[in-house]
Design a protein around this ligand. Structure first.
Ligand SMILES: *[C@@H]1O[C@H](CO)[C@@H](O)[C@H](O)[C@H]1NC(C)=O
Ligand SMILES: [Zn+2]
Length: 184
């Protein structure tokens, strides 16, 4: 009985650990302070997948640099309060905290208040993210569900199916179309 309890407890702990990837916090990537924040009402029913359409990165140092550049671009050039995405995913296998779980993003017009926006760092028109990034993204989705920020019956969408854009790139779009809960 005691053994059974331990087995159940251990598998529950493993499932929880498997559900969340390594997340590099804003202070770890040296984010700027957002100008303002609008709370996101969770759980949201949608997760929207993007690519950043910039360079790929394979180390925490270079991905952090990319993320800082995107934040500067979104604040300085787009005039947004902060980096647009909720989270970004690097080919170093890390996830980078953007606006996070509880702040409304600026990543998909008309969808920001009911979705989380996850963006792969890189351009995936020709070529797909590596296994480390794909696994991190899938684990991030499970993490969002297990933490209660994404509805259990969520719908996964590509940015191109909610806005006039080629994002997340032809090749990455072909991959996410095969993922669980993808719908047009
Ligand atoms: C979704 O995107 C694909 C690829 O761009 C396109 O072929 C398809 O028509 C789109 N469908 C809808 C409903 O947006
Ligand atoms: Zn996009």
């Amino acid at each position: 009985m005691l053994l059974l309890t331990r087995v159940v407890l251990l598998s529950a702990l493993c499932a929880a650990a498997l559900g969340c990837p390594r997340i590099i916090s804003r202070s770890q990537w040296r984010a700027r302070t957002p100008r303002s924040r609008v709370p996101l009402r969770t759980p949201v029913p949608y997760v929207i997948i993007h690519h950043t359409a910039g360079n790929r990165c394979y180390t925490q140092a270079s991905c952090s640099e990319q993320v800082r550049g995107i934040q500067n671009y979104h604040i300085n050039k787009r005039g947004w309060s902060d980096i647009g995405y909720n989270f970004l995913i690097g080919e170093d296998g890390n996830v980078y905290e953007g606006r996070g779980w509880s702040t409304r993003g600026a990543h998909a017009k008309n969808w920001n208040s009911r979705s989380l926006g996850f963006s792969f760092l890189g351009t995936f028109t020709n070529g797909v993210p590596n296994a480390a990034a794909l696994n991190a993204a899938r684990s991030l989705i499970q993490c969002a569900v297990s933490k209660g920020f994404l509805s259990r019956s969520y719908t996964l969408k590509g940015h191109r199916n909610v806005s006039l854009t080629s994002c997340p790139g032809n090749d990455l779009y072909r991959v996410i179309r095969q993922w669980a809960r993808f719908k047009l």
